[in-house]
Design a protein around this ligand. Structure first.
Ligand SMILES: [Zn+2]
Length: 273
């Protein structure tokens, strides 16, 4: 069921975020403007003829391979999840996001720089109630060894289990507050994957300055936050679920990624009716 709690929020002032796209390596400039109540996150491309835009929602996800890409017609924007995670942690509901390129900047691979820029714009309370999806029945999606489960809970709680070969190993996190502590957790991957991506002409803007790169048989690179990989998985989950609406429930993620995050968001939306 849907229930209201508190009020909606937007930015006080427009902010600008600039950096390189992870795949294209091209500089992209993002303008984030306040949005009216109940407008949600409107993404647009000012580099395309007519400046097309669309309202973000789980159905607008067109790709979930390593990052979340949104699109409607020719208006496509990749790697939106860290931006959405930062907006979710700040409690923002309504924003107009305009880019001049096909992907959001990767920056340092975390949500921290985006959070800092958004915060500079100031947070404005709006005259409209914030509508939450209250989980009343167990709902889940799964694929192979990965599962994503939504359970009833009074509040918002995430338990995330991530298992990978050493040096990452088994990492578990269980959070109900202090979401800001997750923000510095960077995107991560294996050195071999990064090499293959670059050979395909992807990840041109990627490197050890915007990702935590692991090598099998070697020690972990220094972490910024404890259990940085699983902390980043939670950020991705927060961003992907923000395409739906705020949730009151306990989300349990076991080896889940963007694809399952989106499947759960779509399922919760369908079950709303
Ligand atoms: Zn991520």
């Amino acid at each position: 069921m849907l229930t209201s709690r508190g009020q909606q929020h937007t930015l006080q002032n427009t902010v600008k975020i600039e950096g390189r796209g992870l795949h294209s390596g091209a500089l992209v400039s993002v303008t984030v403007k306040p949005g009216p109540p109940d407008s949600g996150f409107i993404f647009g491309r000012r580099d395309l003829p007519g400046g097309p835009s669309f309202k973000a929602s789980p159905e607008k996800v067109i790709e979930t391979n390593r990052a979340t890409k949104l699109g409607e017609g020719n208006c496509r924007i990749g790697t939106v999840e860290h931006f959405l995670a930062a907006a979710a942690v700040l409690g923002l509901d309504n924003l107009k996001i305009e880019t001049d390129g096909p992907e959001m900047p990767i920056l340092d691979g975390s949500a921290q720089p985006i959070f800092s820029e958004l915060k500079k714009g100031g947070i404005k309370k709006q005259e409209a109630p914030r509508i939450y999806r209250k989980i009343e029945e167990v709902s889940f999606v799964r694929e192979g060894l990965a599962s994503l489960i939504a359970l009833p809970w009074d509040g918002f709680r995430v338990t995330c289990v991530f298992i990978a070969p050493p040096p990452i190993g088994r990492q578990v996190i269980d959070l109900e507050k202090d979401w800001e502590d997750l923000l510095p957790a960077r995107t991560f991957g294996w050195a071999e994957e990064a090499r293959v991506l670059r050979e395909k002409g992807l990840a041109k803007g990627g490197g050890t300055d915007c990702a935590l790169i692991f090598n099998p048989g070697e020690d972990s690179p220094p972490y910024r936050v404890s259990d940085e990989p699983v902390s980043h998985k939670v950020l991705d989950l927060l961003g992907d679920l923000a395409l739906y609406r705020p949730v009151l429930g306990h989300i349990i993620a076991v080896r889940a990624g963007h694809k399952l995050h989106n499947q759960l968001a779509r399922k919760l939306q369908t079950e709303e009716a």
